[in-house]
Design a binder for this molecule. Sequence first.
Ligand SMILES: [Zn+2]
Length: 120
Amino acid sequence: MRMPYKASDINLSQLSSRQLRDRRRRLAARFPDLEEMVLGSLQSQHRSCGKEGCRCTRGELHGPYVYLAVRVGRRNRLVYVPAELADEVQRRVALSQRVQASLAQISAINLELLARGELD
Ligand SMILES: [Zn+2]
């Protein structure tokens, strides 16, 4: 049985079960501090404040302000990120994306092992 893999994955079916387990171990050993995870994506926006007579009412918007787009349940939310925290949040977002990619790879390896009847 062949499992579907993402194009970014190497062809796991070509690896021996031992190679798969080695790869899985290396992936699992590389996880950073999971307490730092921030799932979402950063974006910057210009905004109007709504105050009468403000320059933003003439199209000169305020900002840019940084926001983190996050999924809460089925909804997307924008969370304001203070400028002094933008770099740190960006670092954590990138870290979290790498963790998610590693989890997906570990899961793909386990699916391949499962297909071989060698899941352990
Ligand atoms: Zn304004």
